[in-house]
Design a protein around this ligand. Sequence first.
Ligand SMILES: C[S@@+](CC[C@H](N)C(=O)[O-])C[C@H]1O[C@@H](n2cnc3c(N)ncnc32)[C@H](O)[C@@H]1O
Length: 321
Amino acid sequence: MEIIKSIDSTFAEDVVKGLSSNPKHIPSKYLYDEKGDRLFKAIMRIPEYYLTNSELEILKIYKEEILNAFTSTSEEFLLVDLGAGDGLKTKILLDLLIKKNIRFHYLPVDFSPTALEKLCSELSYSMPGLKVKGIADDYYKAILKLSKEKTKKIYMILGSNIGNMQEQEINEFLSFLGQNMENQDKLFIGFDLKKDPDILLKAYDDSQGLTRSFNFNLLERLNYELGGNFNIKDFKHFPTYDPQTGEMRSYLISKKKQTIALAALDITIEFKQWEFIHVETSKKFDIASIKKLAEGNKFKINYIFNDSRNYFLNTIWSLNH
Ligand SMILES: C[S@@+](CC[C@H](N)C(=O)[O-])C[C@H]1O[C@@H](n2cnc3c(N)ncnc32)[C@H](O)[C@@H]1O
């Protein structure tokens, strides 16, 4: 089978913009191409990446309470999973919703069409009664589209996806989401908490080298999709944690002065020795910062659930006006 791949113009524009900036950066959503999805799935299953097990524990223990908080009536609702990935944790809720005969439609949203296709086809096989419709789009565009639907919506942001945004972006995003929600809607959102930096550093630089490969895959993607000539050996994967901002940040640092060509775009990018590309932020929170985010963006927190190690929090929010 022949697959003709055209260049995603937004991807190309964002890459040119990010690599021409000082400091250089590329939005982390571009880490998730087909290989990135596979690598992230593998990362989620290693114990060093504690986020998965912590959130799984919360969902397994509190699934009944969580569903009761979503709705107290038999009215139908839309379960919108923003950045659904492989839906590993969501499936716990889907399973219980189906068992309880609750009327709902599952709408996974993901920027990665491959992740979404896999999730939807897997669900149609494993949960045949489920009404599922995948939305391959950016969070903002998906929320805007869904705001026109009158049916009650439960928005979910699992995996601390929100922490991949910068501080200002988090506020802009929550404010935008709030403006596009109705009083009856809810937000179920997970936050990774501040903890021992050694635990954090291992989660983003694991012993099997999976997180390293995940980050380097971005350079491979630039080579494959934009005709780049990055040599991975000339870059260093460097994750670091800032306890003041709570930001875990991953960088790819150029070990030498070099000129990289992106042939498909007919441009070259200069790197000084030790110059970096910022490829991912994973912000860590505490309860005070979570409350501030909710209150500052006109939400109130209805429920808080935590895991036994106090590594992760899942919260349920509604509008506060
Ligand atoms: C860290 S993974 C988490 C997946 C899942 N929520 C979980 O907890 O296991 C983030 C997912 O969000 C998607 N994503 C990232 N940025 C996005 C954006 N701006 N719009 C839509 N999807 C996005 C990625 O493609 C990826 O599948």
